[in-house]
Design a protein around this ligand. Structure first.
Ligand code: AP5
Length: 216
């Protein structure tokens, strides 16, 4: 069992690699972005509050996302947990350390996915996902085999995210550099950090991530 964080800017490929690890290693993906998108569609008070912030590209409050992670740590995860898009601030990183401690768990690796900012616009504006199973596609680099039909589950419910546009991406990137990138130094100091080239082909990125996870 291995618990890891996938760290990187919007469009770095965190969700893509997390889904492969779920399929290949019986790991459980905890994506705060997915949890928040679920909450916003649920019509709850919290869902309303986070919608506007997410569409603009800002960060939701630490309290909300820390609460979501705590609620979801009870899942049975034979291969371990993948924290995808969490933590995003130093406060969230401290909270994750504390909650893992309380549950008798530890963090094994933090995999930083390094990408060139210029590549992110093309990645983000070309992305679409399956609203039924969550599979991630891209107009140019990973289109569905049959137009409009998910390869994984056959659903025709393919969607684009409201925050996947150039204006929101600028804010998301700014938030990343101001609030999330300090975590690179934080986890380096804890001896947990590994870096992979997120610009490589998807299979090559997966191989680099696997190499980190398989290291004793
Ligand atoms: P979240 O859903 O976490 O979005 P994000 O971090 O901006 O990351 P993305 O999902 O956009 O990108 P990704 O790295 O997963 O890339 P993907 O694999 O899809 O967060 C959304 C919002 O929720 C935030 O802005 C914030 O408001 C809120 N939020 C979430 N967590 C929070 C937290 N902890 N605290 C506060 N607020 C929080 O890939 C992108 C595209 O590129 C895809 O089309 C894919 O097919 C393609 N691609 C992937 N890899 C490759 C490759 N190697 N080569 C070519 N194409 C590739």
């Amino acid at each position: 069992m291995v618990n890891i964080i996938l760290l990187g800017p919007p469009g770095a490929g965190k969700g893509t690699q997390a889904k492969r690890l779920v399929d290949e290693r019986q790991m459980v993906q905890l994506s705060t972005g997915d949890m928040l998108r679920e909450a916003r569609h649920s019509g709850t008070e919290m869902g309303h509050r986070v919608s506007e912030v997410m569409d603009r590209g800002g960060l939701v409050t630490d309290e909300i996302v820390i609460g979501l992670i705590e609620e979801n740590l009870h899942h049975d995860a034979p291969g371990g947990f993948i924290f995808d898009g969490f933590p995003r601030t130093l406060k969230q990183a401290d909270a994750l350390g504390a909650v893992l401690d309380r549950n008798g768990m530890s963090l094994d690796h933090v995999v930083e996915m390094q990408v060139d900012d210029a590549a992110l616009v093309a990645r983000i504006t070309g992305r679409y996902t399956c609203g039924n199973c969550g599979a991630v596609y891209h107009d140019a680099t990973k289109p569905t085999a049959k137009p409009g039909i998910c390869d994984a589950c056959g659903s025709s419910n393919l969607r684009r995210r409201a925050d996947d546009n150039e204006d929101a991406l600028k804010i998301r990137l700014m938030e990343y550099y101001k609030k999330t990138s300090p975590l690179i130094g934080y986890y380096y100091a804890l001896g947990k950090l590994d870096t992979v080239d997120g610009l490589a082909e998807m299979d090559a990125v997966a191989a680099a991530v696997a190499k980190v996870l398989d290291r004793t």
